[in-house]
Design a protein around this ligand. Structure first.
Ligand code: FAD
Ligand code: NDP
Length: 432
């Protein structure tokens, strides 16, 4: 049993949706030549909605409302759109092995799908507690969050314990956004993470302090510098308490785990060159892997960042997934004119009424600016490396202000006086 396509997009997440739109816009294929194979039952959707709109107590987002590419204010690609465009959606189908030399993929249903050009968009999977030797994380009230099924489980868990207690494990993106959503659903939250402060890989202690104080004012309790070791359960197997390494027992009606992800590279290990230090598939500036017929995009791809002097990075953010996907399709369809991607790393989050953006790299010396005391804040930070702006963070900015900091980072604006930079704050970027 088998089918042959010219182009196969493996994975049906954010990057797949944006790649499909780029193919459709450029018209570089005929009906039946392009397919998307996805383990998920739904057509590509905007994954960020799962920790924001999807969890709202009222007016929650549901499919088909957040299929790609609405997150970039572009067309809503429903299954009908794929049909109209002649793009085959092979949904609910897991690829279990790949043969790059033969250009074939084997699905869990036993079908062999061949391609001339493959775009790997397999994204990443949530790290499970079992991987840290902690058992019992399959209980019905323990939630991870990577796909719609996970989000439905989380919504059901919230509905089953109105006014109850949730323990959130991890102080990264999932932890912060889910804690805010739980509070909005009137559930009491305790956050547990090993670091000294939340968002340890990006936030400075001063930035983290603002958000932790804000969360505390919303009723969130922080337990820092320790990890979970085991669970207490009732006779039905439901978790009733979380036991920490420091001996504390935290009562829990539900648990949310956000302890990081691993890129889904395993199908291609031993066949394509990997970036070991980044844990992804290594690609060049055109998103092409070590095999010229295979491209990799989104969370799974480790690609060179021109702005960082060609340093290879694997980014786990939606803007990067969208742009690498579009760039790969442009490279495939216009091989003779293909350029290297020139990407400015961009991360953001929205929680409660807060909203921040970050551009660039958080390396070098940090200078903070703005008002960290208000409940409707406008503050930020610049990272200065070798006398130039390397990264910038802004909470509460306007569209023009975010644009200004992004331009300043892209231009690697020169900094003469650090104290003056702190005094000027946002004005430094706006005057640039
Ligand atoms: P994914 O979107 O993860 O898609 C991968 C797809 O591949 C999935 O459909 C998966 O089922 C499929 N797949 C994997 N292996 C196989 C296989 N063997 N066979 C078939 N199919 C397979 N980023 C931001 O910048 N801002 C945000 O606010 C934000 N919020 C987020 C909220 C949540 C809850 C999550 C989980 C992520 C969030 N992100 C956010 C990160 C962002 O969603 C990811 O960077 C983005 O989804 C990556 O896109 P991708 O296409 O590479 O991978
Ligand atoms: P993150 O990498 O953001 O954060 C994981 C957190 O868990 C870190 O603080 C980490 O600490 C901590 N941690 C690691 N191991 C343990 C442990 N055993 N016990 C307790 N804490 C632990 O991953 P998330 O899971 O939060 O997010 C998953 C993915 O979803 C990421 O790719 C993220 O980019 C994406 N996402 C992005 C959003 C956005 O951009 N707004 C929103 C939601 C998700 P340490 O740093 O020390 O390892």
């Amino acid at each position: 049993m088998g089918r042959a396509f010219v182009y196969v997009i493996l994975g049906g997440g954010v990057a797949a949706g944006y790649a499909a739109l780029e193919f459709a816009r450029r018209g570089g294929y005929s009906r039946g030549e392009l397919c998307i194979i996805s383990e998920e039952a739904a057509a590509p959707y905007e994954r960020p909605a799962l920790s924001k709109g999807y969890l709202l107590p009222e007016g929650a987002s549901r499919l088909p409302g957040f299929h790609t590419c609405v997150g970039a204010n572009d067309e809503l690609l429903t299954t009908k759109w794929y049909e109209e465009q002649g793009i085959e959606l092979v949904l609910g189908t897991k690829v279990i092995s790949a043969d790059v030399r033969r250009k074939t993929l084997l699905t869990g249903t036993g079908e062999t799908i061949s391609y001339k050009t493959l775009i790997i968009a397999t994204g990443a999977r949530a790290l499970k507690l079992q991987e840290f030797g902690i058992q019992g994380s399959d209980a019905s009230n323990i939630c991870y969050l990577r796909n719609v099924d996970d989000a439905d489980k989380l919504v059901n868990a919230m509905k089953s314990c109105p006014g109850g207690n949730a323990v959130v494990i991890g102080g990264g993106y999932i932890g912060m956004e889910c804690a805010a959503a739980l509070v909005t659903n009137k559930i009491r939250v305790t956050m547990v993470f090993p670091e000294k402060h939340c968002m340890g890989r990006l936030f400075t202690p001063k930035i983290a302090e603002y958000y932790e104080n804000y969360y505390t004012s919303k009723g969130v309790t922080f337990v820092k510098g320790t990890v979970l070791t085991s669970f207490e359960k009732d006779t039905t197997g439901k978790v009733t308490a979380v036991i920490l390494k420091d001996g504390r027992h935290l009562p829990a009606d539900m648990v949310v785990i956000g302890i990081g992800i691993r890129a889904n590279t395993s199908l291609f290990e031993g066949q394509l060159v990997m970036s070991m230090e980044n844990g992804g598939i290594k690609v060049n500036g055109q998103l092409q892997t070590s095999d010229s017929s295979v491209y990799a995009v989104g969370d799974v791809a480790a690609f060179p960042i021109k702005l960082f002097d060609g340093d290879i990075r694997r980014l786990e953010h939606v803007d990067s997934a969208r742009r690498t996907a579009r760039h790969a399709v442009a490279s495939i369809l216009e091989a003779s004119k293909a350029r290297d991607i020139d990407y400015l790393p961009f991360f953001y989050s929205r929680v409660f009424t807060l909203s921040w953006q970050f551009y660039g790299d958080n390396v070098g010396e940090v200078v903070h600016f703005g008002d960290f005391t208000s409940s409707s804040p406008r503050f930020g930070a610049y990272w200065v490396n070798k006398g130039r702006i390397a990264g910038a963070f802004l909470e509460g900015g306007s569209r023009d202000e975010y644009e200004a900091i992004s331009v300043t980072v892209r231009r690697k604006a020169k900094v003469v006086n650090m104290a003056e930079l702190g005094k000027q704050g946002l004005a430094f970027a706006i005057q640039e």
